[in-house]
Design a protein around this ligand. Structure first.
Ligand SMILES: [Zn+2]
Length: 128
């Protein structure tokens, strides 16, 4: 049976909350031929390509377990970025244009990563 958590119109990655631009199979395509796991085979959710790629052929069948895996993977991947020191508006104003722009862009990336990790944490705590 093919179940779909979302619809074709879902735009949010079920794991991290960013724009979904792919479909993730809760039962990895790589194992489709294995009859033991057919009960959950075919369930598809909206996902971003980064989450989908990181999950690869992980044998995790619940959304919350996959979110927990992703949270750990992203925490490691983004560890250095997340340790970026915060800058005040006054400190940024003292910098030259291109340096200020570069640091501002990095701080924006840090905020996006933190939001995604918070979303992943929330997803990992769901009962499903
Ligand atoms: Zn995602």
């Amino acid at each position: 049976m093919v179940a779909s958590v979302g619809t074709a119109y879902d735009l949010t990655c079920v794991y991290c909350g960013v724009l979904a631009n792919s479909r993730d199979h809760l039962f990895p395509c790589a194992y489709r031929g294995h009859r033991t796991f057919t009960s959950e085979a075919g369930e598809i959710v909206a996902a971003c390509t980064e989450c989908n790629s990181l999950l690869g052929d992980q044998l995790l069948f619940k959304i919350k377990d996959r979110a927990t895996f992703l949270h750990t993977a992203y925490s490691k991947r983004w560890g250095k970025l997340l340790r970026t020191p915060r800058w005040t508006i006054e400190e940024l104003a003292e910098l030259d244009g291109s340096l200020r722009e570069s640091i501002t862009r990095t701080l924006y990336d840090v905020d996006v990563c933190k939001l995604r990790l918070a979303y992943l944490l929330k997803t990992s705590q769901q009962t499903r």
